[in-house]
Design a protein. Structure first.
Ligand code: F6P
Length: 320
């Protein structure tokens, strides 16, 4: 079993569930790969037992460690993964990850690796599953932050701009914006017009002492030509680096409206700490289903949530 990509609340709950189901139901012997695919490339695997994982259910992060390293970007990476699998006597790999990890999992399955995927990300942006675990926790943390910003905003008659994660989708922003009663929520799916946003805030504040909350998804974009934004930069794995749009939005609002405006970037706080009860339950259901999928021989598939039932779907569909 391995956890790849960014960490996410609920990872340990999945690991624990796979191990409990595997050990208790099927008498499996389970090992964990350290730091995602890196562990299988470098032959760094550790035993995982029910006893090892006691107390892990409410813990954030991942006891296995994680990384964005994948065998396709490392010299001889794929061969080294297959060599570790052979030398360790591994019959199946459960890969828990987001889009990047699952795409890599799909490619390795095409090359003959027996794999089952588990969808993970706070962004909730994996096709074919209605929810990924970690999303509910991130939304709860963002909503709590918005509630707290409300009271300080009200005391000062300010506009508070809060940036939330989500990469190229606005699920966290939309849910936290609705739950927190935001005045405006800016999401990547609907490019915004900063003049229109600012005018709406001015009209609202003209009516009296109104605190306003503007939630900005990190991937939100202005309508082309309406606001200057810096060129995109990428990390070493080719992922676009997001973050910072809220500061530009807050600057523009302050200049255009003349109303005191402050910015809060929630960042990795949304990913840290203990998962909500909802995410613990979803993670546990995914973990049990992943162990069952291995024993059903459902390789090349991913566990998913559809109409509140756990199903398996082809990895091909999941990463489209
Ligand atoms: O995909 C999860 C996520 O937290 C995104 O919401 C965010 O853009 C990204 O990961 C941050 O990545 P890193 O931890 O590498 O800064």
């Amino acid at each position: 079993m391995l956890t790849g990509g960014g960490d996410c609340p609920g990872l340990n709950a999945v690991i624990r569930a796979v191990v409990r189901r595997g050990e208790r139901r099927f008498d499996d012997e389970i090992v964990g790969s350290r730091d995602g695919w890196a562990g299988l490339i470098e032959d760094r695997v550790v035993p995982l037992t029910v006893d090892d994982l006691r107390g892990s259910l409410p813990r954030g992060g991942t006891v296995l460690g994680t990384s964005r390293i994948n065998p396709f970007i490392v010299a001889d990476g794929v061969e080294r993964v297959f060599e570790t699998v052979r030398s360790q006597g591994i019959d199946a790999v459960v890969a828990i990850g987001g889009e990047g990890t699952l795409s890599c999992t799909r490619e390795l399955h095409r090359l003959g690796l027996p794999v089952v995927g588990v969808p993970k990300t706070i962004d909730n942006d994996i096709g074919v599953t209605e929810r990924t675990f970690g999303f509910d926790t991130a939304v709860s943390i963002a909503t709590d932050a918005i509630d707290r910003l409300h009271t300080t905003a009200e005391s000062h008659n300010r506009i508070m701009v809060v940036e939330v994660m989500g990469r190229h989708v606005g699920h966290i922003a939309t849910h936290a914006g609705i739950a927190g009663g935001a005045t405006r929520t800016l999401i990547p799916e609907e490019p915004f017009d900063i003049a229109e946003v600012s005018d709406a805030l001015v009209r609202r504040h003209e009516k009296g002492r109104w605190a306003s909350i503007v939630v900005v998804a990190e991937g939100a974009k202005p309508i082309p030509g309406t606001m200057l934004i810096p060129e995109e930069t990428r990390d070493v794995y080719g992922h676009v680096r997001l973050g910072g749009i809220a500061t530009l939005v807050a600057d523009q609002i302050a200049k255009r409206s003349g109303i005191e405006t402050r910015v809060t970037v929630l960042g990795h706080v949304q990913r840290g700490g203990t998962p909500t009860a909802h995410d613990r339950v979803l993670s546990t259901r995914f973990g049990v289903a992943a162990a069952d999928a291995v024993h059903d021989g459902a390789f090349g598939s991913m566990v998913a949530l559809q109409a509140d039932r756990i199903v398996t779907v082809p990895l091909d569909d999941a990463v489209k």
